[in-house]
Design a binder for this molecule. Structure first.
Ligand code: XMP
Length: 518
């Protein structure tokens, strides 16, 4: 796309976890969109010639000193502007209204009541479910602005200045949990901004293969770090297609995998993908370095570092290797603080495959999935011909069970968690609900509680079960496991895993929770 003729949407990034989702949702409606830093000048935006501007959400408060910089004259642009969450606050502040920190913080689902269906909410019902994630709210409307929707708590959910073509929503239309998000964005794109279809998704696989061939050259060798999950398997398949046997796959058993996972991985990759994959057992060195470490971020850093060191060692034993390929996804990047124009995003967790890289790493990195969300990776995997069983496997974090054992990690705790988790997942599969769930897992909480088994008093650990639905890992809701199945899981775990005498179920959505506990 020639930037001189954008004719689509420019999104200014104020640091929201969801900024790239906005771009993606717009592209899904076949409109070009690009994300630029919040301080992009109005001159630059004019040069790009977009049909409209979107101001993203962000973690700051508009009155805070550390609020992201922006060019005030963007508000003079004669194109429609949509502000989302933080973007709403900016619009309200600029046009003379007031924002205040609300005593009602709204995170998660809310029902809004729509009272104007002429523009953004055209064709929508009177009430609809939306996804909120904010603490600040509008306390005074700017002159000549009107409220178009309110939240169930009476907070301004959307407002407009029709004469200026300025629109704002307190909720996030871009996240999948906003029931009519697609329609709202579509109204903005087509009815308000008068966009014409100008974008077709590029051929991701073809483009990536060419890119990999260009980067690696005629003789370069790539070591693919395979975990057995969807992401790294897709990377391995892509690499195989791009450079054939110059792509070598290895699985490092860091001792933090699920039961039988490493062995199953080797088997399914060899059978289904014909990938030349070797298994290396590095569990002793990982466990030794993790001994006594309780802080989740420290765990991630250690695992990330050791992962790279182990790979470097293995690479040397394999012979001359130039690159290391990883299945880093966009969610990993954004939640670790962002890339490029999205640098404003707050660090939530330093995902090991980005945050923990040592500066002096000897291998160059290839991360072909860095701009994709999980569901996009799955559909690419399907196109590449990977088996459904592999594609539908729940995501598993790089640091593995380390972030699912609160407190320090010992062999004994790993064994307890592995057994319980295996029982849990097997029952979900037997009951036919595994594929309805985005991610299910157990968390070992090293807090002892009293119980009674037979005539004996027990004093053992607590295990938490988590199951969430999600489309991309950015937002999630807890999955309603039928109580009969929950009780079957609980009974079996307590009866057969020694070291656990109590099971609890996590009913927190994301936000405010994250999917993993650490
Ligand atoms: P959270 O817990 O941040 O998780 O809501 C979102 C998704 O990312 C996975 N996750 C990780 N993946 N390294 C990874 O490769 C990590 O350190 C990590 N932490 C979380 C998580 O399992 C979920 O799918």
């Amino acid at each position: 796309m020639d930037p001189q003729h954008n004719q689509g949407i420019v999104i200014l990034d104020f640091g929201s976890q969801y900024t790239r989702l906005i771009a993606r949702r717009i592209r899904e409606q076949n409109i070009f969109s690009e994300i630029l830093p919040s301080n992009t000048s109005s001159t630059e935006i004019r040069r790009l010639n977009p049909k409209a501007l979107i101001l993203s959400g962000g973690p700051s408060s508009v009155y805070s000193e550390s609020a992201p910089m922006y060019d005030e004259s963007i508000f003079d642009l004669d194109i429609p502007i949509l502000g989302i969450c933080y973007g709403l606050h900016l619009l309200v502040q600029h046009y003379g209204g007031k924002i205040e920190t609300s005593n009602i913080r709204e995170y998660g689902f809310d029902e809004i009541i729509i009272n104007d269906k002429s523009d953004l909410f055209n064709g929508l019902p009177d009430t609809t479910e939306v996804w909120m994630s904010h603490a600040d709210k509008v306390s005074e409307l700017p002159k000549n602005w009107e409220i178009t929707a309110e939240s169930s708590n009476g907070i301004v959910a959307s407002l407009v200045s029709k004469s200026d073509r300025r629109y704002a929503t307190q909720f996030h239309p871009e996240v999948i949990h906003t029931e009519k998000g697609k329609e709202i964005l579509s109204n903005f794109l087509f009815k308000i901004a008068k966009c014409n279809l100008n974008w077709t998704p590029r051929n991701f696989i073809g483009d990536k293969i060419t890119e990999i061939q260009q980067v690696v050259g005629q003789s370069g060798k790539v070591l693919t770090a395979v975990s057995g999950g969807v992401d790294s398997s897709v990377v391995a398949a892509l690499l195989n297609k791009a450079i054939g046997n110059r792509a070598i796959s290895v699985i490092i058993d860091h001792g933090l995998m699920r039961k039988n996972e490493a062995q199953d991985c080797v088997k399914s990759l060899k059978e289904h993908l014909g990938v030349n994959v070797q298994l290396f057992d590095e569990s002793k060195v990982f466990l030794k370095r993790l001994k006594g470490i309780k802080n989740p971020e420290k765990k991630r850093k250690i695992i990330g570092e050791q992962f790279i060191w182990s790979f470097e060692k293995i690479a040397k034993s394999i012979g001359q290797v130039d690159y290391l390929a990883q299945g880093t996804l966009y969610t990993d990047v954004i939640e670790s603080g962002g890339i490029g124009s999205t640098k404003q995003a707050k660090v939530i967790k330093s995902h090991h495959n980005v945050g923990g890289l040592p500066q002096n790493m000897e291998l160059k990195l290839i991360e072909p999935l860095k701009e994709l969300f999980k569901d996009e990776v799955r559909s690419i995997g399907r196109e590449l011909g990977l088996p459904d069983k592999l594609l539908n496997r729940h995501p598993f974090p790089g640091p593995g069970l380390a972030v699912r054992i609160l407190g320090s990690i010992t062999q004994e705790r790993l064994d307890i968690l592995r057994e319980a988790d295996d029982i849990y997942i097997s029952i979900l599969q037997e009951e036919g609900i595994y594929d309805e769930i985005w991610q299910a897992f157990s968390v070992l909480i090293p807090v002892k509680t009293v119980g009674v088994m037979g005539d004996n008093r027990t004093y053992e650990n607590l295990i938490a079960l988590r199951a969430v639905t999600s489309l991309d890992g950015m937002t999630a809701d807890w999955y309603r496991i039928p109580d009969k199945i929950l009780s079957k899981i609980s009974n079996k775990i307590v009866n057969s895993v020694s070291g656990i005498n109590r099971v609890v179920y996590d009913i927190t959505s994301k936000p405010p929770g994250t999917i993993e506990w650490e």
